[in-house]
Ligand binder design. Structure first.
Ligand SMILES: [Fe+2]
Ligand SMILES: [Fe+2]
Length: 465
């Protein structure tokens, strides 16, 4: 097979023999993984997809019908900056790392593997979803997100193969061996082992969990390891579409629910009640907060000191790129009570990034609440307190209500069916998930989008079945 016709790239793949050999071995395994774990039942269908063929504003979004296994998963980095410098930490102002610095090798590999593992995991979580799509437009968006998560895996595997030698190749193989939700070989992060088997889950996932991805990638886009920074900068352009799918998807569910509320009982009319939407928000927001890591973290301090992982918009938003003299005031649990504690800023960077993320999520909630208001509903959706339902960090092991008040485990257990999706809620949502495969038609529980993709109308054959 001619590898270079298959893999569009801007990294001179044809001239790098070492990388060539590594990718030649990895590519067939990747395709086996895609056929086994990619979208089930649609592999031979033509899907109207965008393919990145260049990083320029024109070239990277080329639209055409493609069968997913024939998708050209490319390797693209933003162009290098001349005289790039390490933008923060102890090596601030020194030349950016073009190779992996020996002393940071393990930390850097860990960062890349952890990010890389989320990409195939999310494809695995959604592999049954196509069978219950609410419209061809949504089906196409699902597949677009899927192939791009596949490309994000390629992006991380390129770094492992290109910069880490043998252990990088071993890690790249492991990325294809773990399986979402498999008790023996689970994916690394817990949110990526949760089932995502209905469309409300999918929209909440792309809204909240892909948005965590945006903040992780943004912090890595600041990295002093230049190949990683340039890779993540380009991934962010694709990530924006994933969040669009989640944000507008939930907005359309809210619109339909509010419309049905005017007609009568939402359940009787086959819609998704606002209480259930709220519980899904509570579930995915809290799991996504965990992805930022512990509130107080020596890893975050080490990564920052090493110049590997910066803050959100480190270059644009801050003037002090050393962050050695400041403290951060944090709430912690001590002796069964909430107390404040001063923490050196570098140890609080996970929490700083999480704070940026929460602000961004709040904007999404405001958009959905505007939809509810526009449709004449007086109810509003909200984010739970960031302490609610946490499994990582300072608040794991303690129980909180939606307002962030410390409560007993008993009270949490008694009330959690009000706050988190129950088996019945999930079954109810699943009971609504009947596929709509006709061009221009849409399921009853969701409103159509305001516009189609790339100038096409909603009534376009986005997937040829
Ligand atoms: Fe991704
Ligand atoms: Fe994504």
């Amino acid at each position: 097979m001619n590898l270079y016709d298959r893999i569009p790239n801007n990294v001179n793949l044809s001239e790098d023999k070492k990388l060539q050999r590594a990718l030649e071995k990895w590519l067939p395994n990747y395709l086996d993984w895609w056929r086994e774990m990619g979208p089930e039942g649609f592999q031979e269908k033509d899907v109207w997809l965008r393919t990145a063929v260049d990083v320029g504003s024109e070239g990277w979004a080329h639209f055409d019908y493609v069968k997913m296994p024939d998708y050209r998963w490319g390797i693209f980095l933003e162009p290098p900056q001349p005289d790039a410098k390490v933008g923060f930490g102890d090596n601030y102002g020194r030349p950016a790392y073009q190779e992996v610095p020996g002393e940071f090798r393990n930390a850097l590999r860990r960062i890349i593997v952890t990010q890389g593992d989320t990409e195939p995991a999310s494809v695995e979580q959604r592999r049954q979803l196509g069978k219950t799509c609410p419209s061809l437009y949504d089906l196409r968006n699902l597949f677009q997100v899927n192939v791009e998560e596949g490309r994000h895996l390629w992006a991380m595997v390129y770094l492992l193969h290109g910069y880490f030698g043998r252990d990088g190749r071993d890690e790249a193989d492991e990325l294809l061996a773990r399986r979402s939700g498999n008790p023996d070989k689970p994916r690394i992060l817990e949110a990526f082992n949760q089932p995502c088997d209905d469309w409300l889950n999918f929209f909440a996932f792309t809204m909240f969990t892909d948005r965590d991805g945006k903040y992780q990638l943004s912090a890595l886009a600041e990295s002093g390891f230049e190949p990683l920074a340039r890779t993540c900068q380009f991934m962010l352009t694709e990530e924006a579409h994933h969040m669009f799918v989640g944000d507008t998807g939930l907005g359309r569910v809210c619109r339909r629910t509010a419309q049905l509320m005017k007609e009568g009982d939402v359940r009787e009319l086959g819609g998704i009640p606002l209480e259930i939407i709220q519980k899904y928000i509570n579930f995915w927001f809290s799991y996504s907060l965990d992805l930022f890591g512990g509130e107080i973290s020596s890893n975050s301090a080490d990564f920052f000191a090493a110049g590997l992982k910066g803050r959100y918009k480190e270059r644009d938003q801050y003037t002090d790129h050393l962050a050695t003299n400041e403290n951060f005031t944090m709430t912690v649990v001590e002796d069964g009570q909430l107390k404040t504690r001063e923490v050196p800023l570098r140890n609080a960077l996970n929490e700083v990034l999480r704070g940026e993320y929460v602000k961004d999520c709040e904007k999404g909630l405001a958009r959905w609440n505007k939809v509810l208001a526009d449709e004449g509903a007086s109810e509003r959706l909200y984010l739970p307190h960031p302490r609610f339902h946490r499994h990582v960090g300072e608040f794991a092991g303690h129980t909180f209500d939606l307002q962030g008040n410390l409560i007993s485990r008993d009270e949490f257990e008694r009330r959690k069916s009000e706050w988190l999706p129950t088996m019945e809620d999930r079954e109810y949502v699943r009971s609504l998930m009947h596929p709509v495969f006709e061009v221009g038609k849409i399921a009853n529980w969701i409103a159509p989008p305001a516009a189609g993709i790339k100038g096409k109308p909603f009534e376009f054959e986005y997937v040829r079945l």
